[in-house]
Design a protein. Structure first.
Lengths: 365, 354
């Protein structure tokens, strides 16, 4: 296992000029030894390029990669001692499950009794013990992918295990179990794991630290709570959460904060003298309030949806075209479409963003 | 259009893909076909479209028997998981193709309007291969909408897109469906997607149609354990129980106070949705002490897995919360929020709704 330090950039072509010529803009980051990380972002954000640079499949156009302080930029994945798990199962159909799991160890001449012990341990964790002597050919896609995961995890001496969207072929009901398995396995084996996904559930559940990426840039590295409560960039607010953070235009003035054309009367310390801002508040933190309440705005209900465990309210801020979404408990009185409601936009977890989309402040919790 | 299926079944050799089913789709509304992969959703859609003839039974479109009539003689629009467009045609030509085939006028204007509704106007002169996956699927959707067919079938159309794209496109689609005149059928494996689309839901499991009704009603009153399983994400917590004088005895000496009116078997199954379990107690709640197995975090919720005396429970908590693996935690349940199923798995009691 290794600590991994990156200080690099990757351009599509020689002599890059603008940001658009970069698959990865200059970045500096470290993966701690034994940590669980996720690279999260939409397709085209650079997460797979970053993973391929860590594994050694891609050489960065600038800078380099260090494993435990040693420059490995020019080394192949084999030389770096990296294990990888891909989107689709990579296994030998003619071998049994046990032989498949043992393969990476046997290849490196590990003693047979150690192989047996480790294969047994990994099979037990992935609930494959009952199928060890079965041929892989006859198994369903998700069982095959479990074998792939097992093969990635079976070696104890790897620098890191890299996962590229490994749960794509898994049925939603089984994804639950596998996400949980991966988390428990990390807890038990303490391998350095780096996991690429566009799925926030997988990333936030699995990782201790999530790297959120967009357009070749890592916009925030943080824990799930940090990404949820204190998004560093409007993209993080938007991307984390379903639906994502609500954004409203705001302007700090002498007499208070003006939000989407409404004077709120109070101006949080964080907004003073900042000029034009964007206010960000999550649907989970928008609350129904009495008419004229401090920090609240009037809005007209456009849609009220029963999402089973909660209601999702879509409302248009009165006198403008800004839409906001609020998540309400089924035990509250749910307003009807067309009704005017007051919604608290200045709560304990409201964030403010500058014109570069970076967070400039927030209300105190 | 009113589409009616009468005793439709589909067999291939000895294998049943669809068991005999009756289904009348609510006209000009969205019907969600909800079920896991292999549940029979695609098989059923292919029969509805006329891509396959059923082994038995009849398909009626506005009262007319169209069983076995091939799809090209039916006015049906379809959208698939894969983004299917004509690769050598531009986006504009792709969208306009059903209009040109029918020799309609004002094709360019109609194409422009549809492209605007699906936010692909800037790409009209490009080829599909030059677009992102989300944009390609928008083109396929625009072409399906251009047909203006009375029946529109969508087979997991968003499954191959990033979830943020899926969120936006799903919103737009529900608005388009709501304003349209078509009867829409939309297949998905995801309970939350069904709830977001609203309309009506038909739950399929292993080739059987289990329940059909307004989406929220099916969710809140699943007719059986099988429906509750198919329509809960995270899965519904289920425990064996014994009916007694003081309520229902669950494992580990836990008593659930729930009064059952109808006659029933002594052996019961109690179901609790993850959203009904809380970490803060309320008066009258049943306390279920346990130990944290795992906290899973979606962007907006934390799914807390807890090992308790009655078995492992999953609780859905709003927002992001961090828990230490192995730490003690107590979950609380309002007994009125529990579902009760009889020995054969049929619903006896559901939580009351306001």
């Amino acid at each position: 296992m290794a600590r991994i330090d990156l200080d690099l950039a990757h351009a599509y072509k020689p002599n890059p000029r603008g940001d658009e010529d970069y698959a990865l803009l200059p970045l500096q980051m470290s993966f701690a030894d034994g940590g669980a990380y996720a690279l999260l972002g939409p397709s085209g954000c650079g997460k797979t390029t970053l993973l391929n640079i860590v594994s050694g499949l891609v050489k960065p156009s600038q800078g380099g990669v260090k494993f435990d302080g040693v420059d490995v930029t020019k080394r192949t994945p084999q030389q770096r001692n990296i294990a990888q798990v891909f989107q689709f199962p990579v296994i030998y159909d003619t071998m049994t499950v046990a032989e498949n799991l043992a393969f990476p160890l046997r290849n490196r001449g590990v003693a047979p009794d150690r192989i047996a012990r480790r294969v047994g341990q990994v099979a037990e964790m992935l609930e494959l013990s009952g199928q060890l002597n079965q041929r892989a050919a006859g198994l369903a896609a998700d069982a095959k992918q479990k074998i792939s995961l097992g093969r990635g995890l079976v070696r104890e001496d790897v620098s890191a295990v890299l996962f590229d969207e490994p749960l794509t072929v898994i049925d939603p009901h089984l994804k639950w179990q596998l996400r949980r398995k991966l988390k428990q396995i990390h807890h038990e084996l303490r391998l350095t794991l780096i996991y690429v996904t566009h799925d926030q559930v997988e990333a936030l559940t699995f990782a201790e630290q999530v790297v959120v990426m967009t357009r070749g840039r890592a916009v925030q590295i943080g824990t799930a709570s940090e990404l949820f409560d204190r998004p560093q960039h409007t993209f993080v607010g938007h991307f984390i959460g379903s639906p994502g953070m609500n954004f409203l235009p705001a302007q700090a003035a002498e007499s208070g904060l003006e939000v989407a054309g409404h004077r709120l009367g109070v101006a949080p310390e964080a907004t003073r003298g900042k000029g034009p801002l964007t206010l960000g508040v999550r649907p989970e933190y928008l609350r129904l309030a009495g008419a004229g309440s401090q920090g609240a705005l009037p809005a007209v209900v456009m849609q009220a949806q029963d999402i089973g465990t909660y209601w999702l309210l879509t409302a248009q801020v009165a006198g403008g075209d800004s839409l906001v979404r609020a998540r309400l408990s089924p035990h509250e009185a749910i307003p009807k479409v067309g009704e005017t409601v007051w919604l608290t936009v200045l709560g304990p977890r409201t964030c403010f963003y500058g014109q570069d989309q970076q967070r400039v402040g927030e209300t105190a919790p | 259009m009113e589409l009616k299926l009468e005793r439709v079944e589909q067999r291939v050799g000895a294998e049943a893909y669809l068991y005999p089913l009756d289904l009348t789709l609510v006209p000009r509304a969205v019907t969600v076909l909800l079920g896991a992969t292999q549940a029979g959703k695609t098989t059923l859609m292919r029969v509805m479209a006329g891509l396959d003839a059923p082994s038995k039974g009849r398909v009626l479109a506005d009262g007319e028997d169209v069983t076995g009539r091939p799809v090209r003689e039916r006015n049906v629009a379809m959208v698939y998981q894969q983004f299917i467009n004509y690769p050598s045609m531009t986006v504009a030509e792709n969208i306009g193709s059903p209009l040109r085939l029918r020799g309609e006028k004002n094709v360019a204007a109609r194409v422009k309007e549809l492209a605007a509704r699906l936010h692909i106007e800037p790409f009209l002169d490009r080829l599909p291969a030059e677009l992102s996956g989300g944009q390609q699927q928008r083109v396929a959707l625009a072409r399906a909408l251009a047909k203006n067919a009375p029946l529109m079938l969508l087979d997991e159309p968003l499954v191959n897109l990033d979830y943020k794209l899926r969120e936006g496109l799903r919103d737009e689609l529900s608005q388009l469906f709501a304003s349209g005149q078509s009867t829409v059928v939309y297949a998905t494996t995801e309970p939350t997607e069904a709830l977001l689309l609203g309309g009506y839901t038909a739950v399929l499991d292993a080739g059987e149609l289990l329940q059909y009704g307004p989406t929220a009603d099916v969710f809140h009153r699943p007719a059986s354990i099988r429906v509750a399983r198919a329509f809960s994400d995270p899965p519904m917590n289920l425990f064996a129980g014994q009916a007694g004088a003081a309520g229902i005895a669950l494992g580990g000496g836990v008593q659930l106070e729930r009064t059952l009116a109808a006659a029933h078997s002594p052996t019961l199954t109690v179901g609790v949705r993850a959203g009904a379990l809380h970490v803060e107690p309320h008066e009258g709640d049943l306390a279920l002490p346990g130990k944290v197995e795992l906290a899973e975090i979606s962007g907006s919720d934390t799914f807390l897995h807890v090992a308790t005396a009655i078995g492992e429970l999953v609780a859905q908590l709003t927002g992001v919360h961090e828990f230490t693996l192995g730490a003690p935690v107590t979950l609380h349940l309002d007994p009125r929020q529990a579902y009760v199923f009889d020995a054969s798995g049929d619903l006896l009691l559901a939580p009351e709704r306001d």
